[in-house]
Write a protein that binds this ligand. Structure first.
Ligand code: ZN
Length: 222
């Protein structure tokens, strides 16, 4: 039983997506996934876009409202789950200037250009709080030397001031909210996660340009 999943299931039922067989049992089974898909189709219809069930893994997710937080949780649940034990989330920044958005494809091209097989991070948080999947959770990331195996890497776009070099916590309010939503959703999916850390706790780098230990993100684990 997972309380975050259960609260999501309650919200689904309240939104008119019943779970007749199992109810809000806190277990993200097939019935929940189907209801999540139906809800997402509905949300896309409300937004006037075509239901994207087929390419949902790449669909952008807005994360700055409670409803958006639910969507983030739902989509995180839909991503295939890693089979290796996940114990920790490591937070990064893209080290790009404040105010400049950078797409997942651009970050992927930097990393592939470095000889990696894919983008190094598992999720990317855009300036407007949109959460986009990067490397599949099933695959070990490439984001923190010596600690990639048991971790998932998440990154926010930004992290340096407009001069392009001075480390700065440039997170927008939407990014702060989205990082919380994303981290909460991942902890719900992997109850084995016991730590949320920053890259700078493992290497002499400024990344992610703030101290995760003093941020509300670290209070999401006990
Ligand atoms: Zn980093």
């Amino acid at each position: 039983m997972n309380k975050t999943v259960q609260s999501l299931q309650r919200r689904l039922i309240a939104l008119g997506f019943p779970l007749p067989k199992y109810g809000a049992d806190g277990d993200p089974g097939g019935e929940t996934i189907a209801a999540v898909n139906a809800a997402l189709d509905e949300i896309e219809k409300l937004r006037g876009v075509k239901p994207s069930s087929q390419q949902r893994n790449n669909a952008p997710l807005k994360s700055s409202t409670p409803q958006a937080a639910a969507i983030t949780s739902m989509v995180i649940l839909q991503q295939p789950k890693a089979s290796r034990p996940i114990k920790e989330i490591v937070v990064h920044c893209t080290a790009t200037p404040e105010g400049r958005d950078v797409s997942v494809d651009t970050i992927r091209s930097w990393h592939v250009g470095q000889g990696w097989k894919d983008i190094g991070y598992h999720y990317v948080v855009m300036l407007d709080g949109t959460v986009e999947p990067g490397r599949p959770e099933e695959q070990i990331g490439s984001h923190v030397a010596g600690h990639n195996t048991g971790t998932l890497g998440i990154v926010y776009v930004g992290g340096v001031s407009k001069d392009g070099k001075t480390p700065k916590d440039t997170r927008t309010p939407a990014q702060k909210a989205a990082l919380m939503d994303l981290t909460r959703a991942l902890i719900a999916k992997y109850p084995t996660i016991k730590k949320v850390t920053g890259h700078n706790q493992y290497s002499a780098k400024a990344c992610p340009s703030f101290d995760v230990r003093k941020d509300p993100l670290s209070s999401l684990v006990d």
